[in-house]
Design a protein around this ligand. Structure first.
Ligand code: ADP
Ligand code: ADP
Length: 229
């Protein structure tokens, strides 16, 4: 479930300057497709169109065959989990921030136990100093810590579709690797659209789309794209 199709997608923020000029590709259910390319190529715009921050002007984006323009933003947000580049947290506890974004706050009690277990499990993976802060308010967290919270939130929400929009690009190399392995676990068996800057960070994607100047310049697996260079 959760197959995504971009069909001849055209989009411009400003009519005089087209950003996406006919983009067609699919993310089969449960697979991971990465979009890479230089800054300004239109990569994040693709994820914003899928999430309906904006609507396509020509062509269509579908999820399981249904045009996203016929789906409310609320229900889109219940099937799509987004880990952005810079996570903005509420000025509240980490626990509150992890819970925010759950699909349904009302199906409570049965879930509450599972949720508590999951949060506990997640907290065990944190560095010690960080564990102690989980109940504190108004924290100053590093980029890597914020991304951990964003990932934990996404794990709890358990959406069939995941958008990782440069989720590790603001982090130092070591933190990037840690967060990357957490993301690999979260994206397993989920339909995942990864937006990335560099080819080297998306080695495991089922397909890689190279976007340049609003068109697909190349596509293939990591191995295929490397061979062609
Ligand atoms: P990428 O993710 O590949 O770096 P983006 O999709 O963020 O590229 O942006 C593609 C182009 O669209 C860039 O030239 C950017 O300046 C422009 N752009 C992005 N957001 C807006 C906006 N809200 N209004 C106008 N132009 C925008
Ligand atoms: P809500 O309306 O649910 O409060 P927002 O619309 O502010 O949520 O954003 C939902 C999530 O998407 C947040 O994690 C936010 O950081 C991220 N986000 C908001 N705008 C954009 C954007 N233009 N591109 C990518 N991510 C975004």
């Amino acid at each position: 479930k959760g197959a995504i199709a971009f069909k001849d997608v055209h989009f411009a923020y400003d009519a005089a300057r087209p950003i996406l000029k006919g983009i067609t590709f699919e993310v089969p259910a449960g697979k991971t497709v990465a979009v890479v390319g230089p800054s300004g190529a239109g990569k994040s715009t693709l994820s914003r169109l899928l999430y309906r921050f904006y609507d396509v002007q020509e062509g269509a984006i579908t999820i399981d065959g249904q045009d996203v323009r016929t789906v409310t933003q609320k229900s889109l947000r219940s099937v799509i989990g987004m880990v952005p580049q810079d996570t903005v947290l509420f000025n509240d506890t980490i626990a509150y921030n992890i819970r925010y974004g759950r699909v349904s706050a009302s199906e409570a009690e049965v879930e509450a136990a599972a949720e508590a277990a999951q949060i506990a499990e997640f907290i065990r993976t944190l560095p010690e100093g960080f564990q102690a802060m989980v109940g504190e308010r108004g924290l100053k967290l590093s980029g890597g810590e914020k991304q951990r919270v964003a990932i934990a939130r996404t794990i709890l929400k358990a959406p069939p579709i995941l958008i990782l929009d440069e989720a590790t690009s603001a982090l130092d190399t070591r933190t990037e690797q840690e967060i990357q392995s957490a993301l690999d676990v979260v994206s397993r068996n989920r339909t995942t659209l990864v937006i990335a800057h560099r080819l080297s960070t998306v080695i495991n994607a089922d397909e890689i789309i190279v976007l340049k100047d609003g068109v697909i310049a190349e596509r293939g697996t990591h191995g295929e794209l490397i061979d062609r260079d």
